[in-house]
Design a protein around this ligand. Sequence first.
Ligand code: SF4
Length: 396
Amino acid sequence: MRHRLAELRGPDVPAKALDARALAALAANPGCRRRAILDGAGVDKVRLAGALGAPSGFGQSQFALTRGNAFEARVKADGGAELLRLAHARLDPGAEPPEAAAVPDLTAHGPEGRTARTALALREATRAGGWTLLDHPMLALDVAGSLAFLEPDAVVVHPDGSWSVVEIKSFPMLDGAADPAKVGAAARQAAVYVLALEEVAERIGAEPEGHAGAEGDGGPRRQSAHGGTRAAVVRHRVLLVCPKDFSNLAAASAVDVRKQRAVTARQLARLTRIEEIAEALPEGTCFAPDRSAEELTAAVAAVPATYAPECLSACELAFHCRELAREAGAVTRLGRPLRAELGGLATVEEVLAAARGFSGDPDDPAVAALRRAAALRAEALESAKARAGAEVAACR
Ligand code: SF4
């Protein structure tokens, strides 16, 4: 399979490593086989979109990055005192207040070294009790047989030994609420970190002295009855920290990521079955960026996709896929809610044919609703025409 994926990527083209943003985007459009195979094969979608002549404006601006970094540094100043205060208030108000938290040094050589150092720090903090802040820890997640290295903004270890992911974002929280679309994207990203942390917790739990607790709502966990070893449990409520009402002050809320975690876990499990998608592709399919635009267009079109307007903020191929969806008359480009209403009708042509009574099962609720809507429209147009005729006659 590795060989087949390398062929799809192109000879001597290195695989692009997946980061949490890319993994989270998979969960944003779980039905898209095109994205699954491109990400699974490590294709650089930014270069591919450029070679297709449809570069995407997807990504963070330099200004947003700089502003985000400055806000994060402010939130983590003084040994993360403010961050831990927010974690205590929003996630664990029943625990002792974080007066003197530990902030272990996670410096190590290379991503593997940093991952090992993070796991060690998590184990020590879990056993020690009290509050610990891990600033930019490194986590590894097995994705389709290869490791993706992920770096959350922070992980907090609670006094009961449980762990929480912290996401620090630069979009504002106004009156305690932020833009739901941005919160959703942050939750999907945090869910990827939760999955990676769970792998660490499992390893720690498997050690003789460890004692892994049960999963659930992410609430406080028990202590081991023997030896005082605390449970290595990952909470499913993460801490989202944002600027408060456009100020420099920090506001935070607890976000439940159970749903996003489940979707992402399912997506990752599907990624390990990308063989099926690869096998269905025509012989010689290749996404190497040095191929001609025509060849690449044919290769991309060979993989079924489910374009949705949400792709515009989550996938580098969005402009290209939107064009293909428009040419095919696919109803997915009108948004998922409408797509769901239309049942099995996938194109505008099919919808119009069903509404006009040329095709479709009249017992199908979507077809019946379309015909009723078409009849009402015809009736309204007829009466408008009659009214206009009467007005013209009165003027004469
Ligand atoms: S932009 Fe295209 S490849 Fe990306 S998720 Fe949407 S449909 Fe799939």
